[in-house]
Design a protein around this ligand. Structure first.
Ligand SMILES: Nc1ncnc2c1ncn2[C@@H]1O[C@H](COP(=O)(O)OP(=O)(O)OP(=O)(O)O)[C@@H](O)[C@H]1O
Ligand SMILES: Cc1cn([C@H]2C[C@H](O)[C@@H](COP(=O)(O)O)O2)c(=O)[nH]c1=O
Length: 192
């Protein structure tokens, strides 16, 4: 499996109305999360963290089925975003934030699309949703740096300040290499 984590990931799409349409937002749990991110509702911080995790777990049977069929999964944001974003909030430890996602299918590659919060703030639609402030993004980036110290996960940092074409080339190259190497490997369990 190949995963992307970062401040800018290529899988999200925008509706004509401008609201976000990532597929995870389509389930009942995803709709609760989406309303929270769009600031249409408020949720207690532990609760939203657990909802994000539940939203991943509800997709595990489908993910495993696809993987068994030999399909490569590219996931725009995963448990690493879950741990980084919630642990950037006051009173949350990284350890607590990782716990609900222990045992999820483990990615063969995690690509972190690195962009400074200042540059991210200049890009389209930044600032509309919850968490989209430069101060909070800096705190999240620090938590990602902690997560990247885990050498059992194959992290690759992509410079997202490059052109779209160069970001694409870099992602393709890491992905193709990993897909070929992962073919003979069993599916692992995250953070176990
Ligand atoms: N390499 C790039 N150079 C310039 N602009 C870019 C680049 N990549 C993305 N953008 C622009 O930045 C904005 C946000 O990008 P994108 O939609 O890929 O991020 P996102 O997936 O929404 O991020 P997040 O997962 O944090 O919501 C879009 O307007 C997009 O066109
Ligand atoms: C998976 C996940 C994400 N988040 C945060 C990160 C972003 O601010 C949004 C998702 O935005 P996207 O445009 O749909 O990628 O939610 C989080 O706090 N916890 C998570 O588990």
């Amino acid at each position: 499996m190949v995963f992307q984590e970062g401040f800018f990931c290529e899988q999200s799409t925008m509706k004509a109305s401008g609201s976000r349409t990532s597929t995870y937002r389509s389930t009942t749990i995803g709709q609760l999360i989406s309303a929270y991110l769009e600031k249409k509702s408020d949720l207690e911080d532990h609760t939203v963290h657990l909802l994000f995790s539940a939203n991943r777990w509800e997709r595990v049977p489908l993910m495993k089925k696809k993987l068994e069929e030999g399909i490569t999964l590219v996931v725009d944001r995963y448990a690493f975003s879950g741990a980084a974003f919630t642990s950037a909030k006051p009173g949350f430890s990284l350890d607590w934030c990782m716990k609900p996602d222990v045992g999820l299918p483990k990615p063969d590659l995690v690509m972190f699309l690195q962009l400074s919060p200042a540059e991210a703030a200049l890009r389209g639609q930044f600032g509309e949703e919850r968490y989209e402030t430069s101060a909070f993004q800096r705190a999240v980036q620090q938590q990602f740096e902690e997560l990247r110290k885990d050498s059992t996960v194959n992290w690759q940092v992509i410079d997202a300040s490059q052109s779209v074409d160069d970001v694409h080339k870099s992602i393709s190259s890491h992905s193709l290499h990993t897909v070929s190497a992962a073919q003979s490997l069993p599916l692992g369990e995250l953070w176990k």
